[in-house]
Each structure stands twice: as C-alpha cells, then as structure tokens.
Design a protein around this ligand. Structure first.
Ligand code: IVH
Length: 669
C-alpha cells in the first residue's frame, strides 16, 4: 500500500474503531464482536508500524504503552478540586437547605439535581484543541499527580472530544469525573488475586486508586477501569448542572444514567430511598447520592466553605462496615453441642445499629483471618444478621494481641471438648450439658418448630432455674400452679402459657422433625423427610441407605439422622413426648410442589416488597424449589431484595444467576 492509500485507510480504521469503542465503553452497546474489533486494531497497528510518521497521539493504538515512570509529576489544578460534605439523614438535608436560604434572597426557589456518588477516584481531564493532553488526580485539591499515561488506557475516556455541537469551542476544556471499576470486574479481579495467593482489595475505591496510581501503565491497562463524568469546570454555556450532564454526553462521555432533577426536598428524599433500594444491584459501587443546587449562578454565588462547595452535599447511605477492637473471644455452646467462637467487640455503630458481637464461625475462620484478641478489625453487616469480621488491620498491632485457642473443657459444664473427624466444629461431649439442653429447648419451642407463644428465652431460663423444665417433654407437665409463684407470672399469663403449650401438642410431622434439632436437619430437610417417610415411626426405622436415597440428602445428613434416632436417649424423648400427648397432625406437612423451580436451589437475600420471607419460602416450595440459606456453586438463583447482604456479591463472584424481585415473581407465577 502506498502512503496516500495508507493515510486514507488509517483514517477510516481510526474512525471505525473509535465508533465501536464509544458504543461499547460509553453506551454499553456492542455492534461487532470483540474479535472483529481486535482485528481492526491489528490492521491499524500494522499500518502504523509500516508508516511510523502517521502515528498520532489520539490514535486508538496509543492507549496502551509508554515506559514505566520513576515518579508522578505534580500538577497544579487550574481550579481547585473540591470535595463534598457528608450528610446522613433527611433532617441534615433540611438543615443544609435552611443554611443556604439564609444566604439567598428569600424569594429564591431552589431546584436540586441528584445523581449517584460513585465510589472511585476523582480525576480531572484537560483537553487542548479537543485532544486529551493531561489527566490528574485530585491530590490535596490544589496540586495533584499527572497520571495521563494511565488514564489514556481507559477506553470510556475519549482521546478526542466530539466538538461538533459547540459553536466556538475554547482551546482548553476541563472535564471532571470518577474513575471506577465495575462491580463484576472488581469481583473477578479479586477472585484472580486470591487464586494467585495475593492480597485482595477491600473495596473498589482502593482498587481504582491503586490502578490509576501505577507507575507502569501496562498494569493499569490490564485492569478494566471505567470513567463517569460529572463536572465541567470550563464554561461551555451551561446554566444548570443538568445541562452540564447533557454537554458531557455530547462531548462523548458517559454521564450518570440515574440522574434526576428535583423541585423539592421530598423528591430528593424519595430519590435517595429509591437508589438505596437498587444500588446493590447496579454495576458500580455507590455510597450515596450527590445533591447539587441546579442553577449554576446560585451555586457559584453560594461559594465554598473549607474544601467543599456550599451548594452541594453527599447524602450518604449508612456505612455497612466499621472498625472496632476485639476485646475478647468467647465460646458459645449451641443446641447441637457445637462450640462457636464469638468475638466480643468494643461497641460500634454499623448501618444504624450498635454492634458488640460478631460470630467467628469456627477455628478455620479464625485461622483464615488470623484474628487475635486485641486486634483492630473491620466488621461488616449484611442485611439484618449478626455481623462478620471481614478483615484484620494487622498494621495496627501493638504486639500485645493474644491468639485464641479453643478451650479443652466446655465453658458451661466443664466436660471435655472434642473435634470430630472430618468436621471443623468442636463439640461439648456431654449430652446433658446445660447450655446444650437450654438451646435445645429454645429450638423446640421456636417459631418454625412447635411455635409456642409466650416461651421466650427469659421464661425458659426461669423455668430451668426453678428446676421445672429440663427436657422438652417436661413442658407438657407444666401446670398453672407451677407457674403462678414465678416472677412475671400473673394468673392470666400462667393460664395462657399452659393453654399455648397444650395447643402446640398437635404438630405437623415436618415441624416435629425440625423441632428435634437433629444436626444438619433444617426446615427444608425436615420437609423432605416428612414427605418421604410419612410418619415418625417410619423415619425412625429408616436405614442410612434409605435416608441417603431422599433427593438432596447426602451421606453426612443421612448418617446424622440415623445416629439421632439410634441414640436411646433420643428415642426415649420421642416416646415420652408422645406419652404426654404430643400427636402428629393428620393434616399434611407443608410439601414441595412441582413447577418452574423443580430441582432448583434458591437463596433470597434482603427483603422483598411483595412477599414476607415465609411467603417466599412457600412460593418456592410450591413451585418445586428448595429454599437454601447460603450461596454456593450449586445454588441456581439468588433473589436480591432491598438491603441485601454479602450473598448478592458472592453470587456474582460465583457466577450464580441473580434475580431481582420482578424476575423472581415472573419465574414463580
Ligand atoms: S461532584 C464540588 N458528583 O465524591 C465537588 N462528586 O466527596 C465535585 N464523587 O471528590 C464533586 N461521584 O470523587 C460529584 N456524581 C458525583 C460524584 C462525586 C463521586 C466523588 C468525587 C469527589 C467526592 C466528594
């Protein structure tokens, strides 16, 4: 090809590649395959190699490359890069508005512009004659670092602005926005790091910052970073913040797709709530919304205070993570005798509640985290469950931290503790351990078991202390005369409780099986066992082979059920309960239907708008599905409701299909 032809072909290729880059990285559309696009890039690269004098800085081939730097150059911002003040409640929102109104003529009617606050790294881009020539981090707001080489590798940032909509474009144009990593890319990247045995990133902000501040641009290029534009310090005729976003799009940027103009604080509050519901299912991390006074004149007139503009605030969502100190690690004895280590924490606010305990699950988890007494840790609250410790801040250690060891003796009854073959858990070996009995009782009367009203933990403790109830069977001997002398028992409540216990004697088979508290037998397995065997006698006589033949019941569960019924104490308990009047209701237990979810395992995380948890369970069962509580590779669907927990993220990292409430309802209808 001669040079003249090459010039033409190169121009065509650049235009085409740039078009598809824009479709893909800014608009999320794809018209040609990755392979086809790579092939166009390859042809361009070859032509540029043949005619090096035709290489231009804005050519798509010039995104990757450049030599590693020794250090970043410092650059002074033309206009200070500000930050935002945080608010957390609707009251603070009103206070903000009231403060502004004191500075403005009383007749001013304020209009607000709301957008998502992206959790990434703020970047300023400078374009000269339309071409990107400098990119800088915020730094201290006045002076940042020149990260141009790295920023050029981000495909959603145009190397050349589209100036076609501007009448008289100024020579220099500055754009500001956030570099971030999409949730799915973040998860994938962390999985890869974990596989390579490298430390993972705690949050996407760290990874964005870590990736942009790389001296070697090829490292940045290998990470999939994105850019969302939200500010335009250069005057291109914008009169409102809303028009800023329109102009940014015309220039070729991705700007927020959830933005909203609001004419009242009620509307702002509604927007904040709506985003709060769906932010976990968005593909980027957002920790709040930004509320800006829409009219730019008013915004400018309001000025700044400290490092923040008066005319904008970050209205954040309550943090679901916090740091605190592990003051002690103690063990709790559960109903199956399992000793669970629990971290006692210096109380701290997380997502609106005070947290003073976190479960550590088992010794393996303690070893994995290497958590020690005295450590400063990051805790995370997912949904409304007990928080987890997700990270230990090892650099904060003083040397005085103490490692935790599992006690050799049960802290409640002093019997020996053992670790069973093939299990991570440690057990108290005393079947009559007080804690174990107590937990068994609690389980027996709990909502999903016999569901006895008025038998809360306090009352159970009272009954045990008065030596009235040791085993579930003792409950059925209680009389009003027994209860009346106890504290908190008026005549009426004694009568009510005795009646409630009496009513609970009629129980479905599934609930009864669940109530026994057999290890590994939760609500769903109890239903399967009830359906398969039909009576408690048949279940008690089942062999391990027969048990293992039940769908979804594996060897471990089968053995646990078999062992339970072949323990003389347990069979004595069942006999005793029946002697005292416990009867299995003829009415069938809740059973599994068949339908769109037959054979499928479903996890629901967060709350659903239209169904309670129990209703959702029933619907899933009716459609043939199985409700499971934790996400694994074997989970078929994870349904994500409001304020979901870490399960939503886990599903994404394992590639499990995630459904929102509408998808789920469609599936079961
Ligand atoms: S406006 C006057 N809009 O939040 C300050 N900031 O604490 C201009 N951020 O440094 C910021 N998303 O890194 C704005 N949609 C958004 C944003 C956003 C994220 C970051 C930005 C800024 C920090 C403020």
């Amino acid at each position: 090809m001669d040079k003249q032809a090459a010039i033409q072909r190169i121009a065509q290729l650049r235009k085409e590649i740039n078009y598809h880059r824009y479709q893909y990285h800014v608009l999320d559309r794809q018209e040609i395959s990755d392979a086809a696009l790579d092939s166009l890039k390859h042809e361009l690269q070859q032509l540029e190699q043949q005619f090096p004098e035709l290489v231009a800085p804005d050519s798509p081939t010039q995104r990757v490359g450049g030599e590693p730097l020794k250090e970043f150059k410092k650059v002074r911002h033309r206009q200070r890069m500000l930050s935002l003040n945080d608010i957390f409640s609707v009251e603070e929102l009103q206070e903000w508005r009231d403060r502004l109104m004191k500075l403005l003529p009383a007749s001013t009617s304020l209009e607000y512009f709301c957008e998502l606050k992206m959790d990434g790294l703020a970047i300023s881009l400078l374009y000269r004659d339309g071409a990107l020539y400098r990119a800088a981090t915020r730094g201290d707001g006045q002076v940042g670092e020149d990260v141009t080489q790295n920023i050029r590798t981000i495909e959603s940032i145009p190397l050349q602005l589209d100036l076609s909509q501007l009448k008289k474009p100024p020579r220099d144009i500055e754009i500001r926005g956030e570099v971030y990593m999409a949730r799915r890319d973040f998860e994938k990247h962390n999985v890869r790091l974990a596989k390579e045995g490298k430390p993972t990133y705690a949050n996407p902000r760290n990874i964005s910052a870590g990736s942009v501040r790389q001296l070697d641009p090829s490292v940045t290029a290998a990470r999939k970073l994105r850019f969302m534009a939200y500010d335009l310090p250069t005057d291109l005729g914008q009169v409102t913040h809303e028009t800023v976003h329109d102009i940014l799009r015309e220039l070729g940027f991705r700007a927020g797709d959830q933005n909203k103009r609001c004419s009242s604080l009620q509307e702002v509050e509604r927007y904040h709530q709506e985003i709060g519901k769906k932010r976990k299912s968005l593909d980027y991390w957002s920790d709040g919304i930004v509320v800006t006074i829409n009219d730019i004149n008013t915004f400018t007139q309001l000025g700044t205070v400290g490092k923040a503009p008066r005319g904008a605030v970050a209205y954040k969502y309550p943090a679901e993570q916090a740091t605190t100190v592990v003051e002690d690690i103690q063990v709790q004895v559960g109903r199956t005798g399992v000793l669970t280590p629990v971290a006692h924490l210096r109380p701290v606010q997380v997502a609106g509640t005070t947290v003073s305990r976190a479960t550590l699950h088992n010794m393996d988890e303690i070893a994995r985290l290497d958590v020690r007494i005295g450590d400063t840790v990051v805790i995370q609250k997912a949904g409304d469950i007990i928080p987890d410790i997700v990270q230990v801040l090892e650099k904060m250690r003083t040397g005085k931290e103490k490692k935790f060891t599992m006690p050799k003796k049960c802290p409640i009854c002093d019997s020996p503790v053992e670790r069973r073959e093939g299990e991570v858990a440690y057990y108290c070996t005393n079947p009559r351990c007080y804690a174990l009995q107590h937990e068994q009782l609690r389980h027996f009367v709990s909502k999903k078991a016999l569901d006895i009203d008025g038998l809360g933990p306090k009352i159970l403790e009272q009954l045990a202390a008065a030596d009235l109830v040791k085993s579930p069977a003792d409950l059925f001997d209680l009389t009003e005369e027994d209860l009346a002398p106890l504290e908190r028992f008026a005549e009426k409540s004694a009568e009510n409780l005795v009646q409630a216990i009496d009513a609970a004697k009629q129980v479905t088979l599934a609930r009864f099986i669940y109530a026994l508290g057999i290890r590994h037998v939760g609500e769903e397995t109890a239903i399967d066992l009830a359906e398969t065997f039909g009576s408690i006698d048949a279940l008690m006589e089942a062999s391990t082979e027969e048990l293992a033949a039940v769908p979804d019941i594996g060897g471990v569960v089968a053995k646990s059920v078999y062992d339970y019924f072949h323990d003389t104490q347990n069979s004595a308990l069942i006999q005793n309960l029946q002697k005292k009047g416990l009867t299995i209701k003829k009415e069938r237990s809740p059973s599994r239907g068949s339908g769109s979810l037959t054979g499928k395992k479903i996890v629901v995380t967060g709350t659903l708008d239209s169904l309670s948890r129990d209703e959702a369970k029933e619907k899933i069962r009716a459609a043939g599905g199985r409700w499971v509580s934790s996400v694994s590779k074997n989970t078929d669907y994870v349904v994500v409701g409001d304020s979901p927990g870490s399960k939503a993220e886990k599903a994404q990292s394992l590639g499990v299909t995630v459904l929102d409430e509408a998808d789920f309802l469609k599936l079961i209808s």
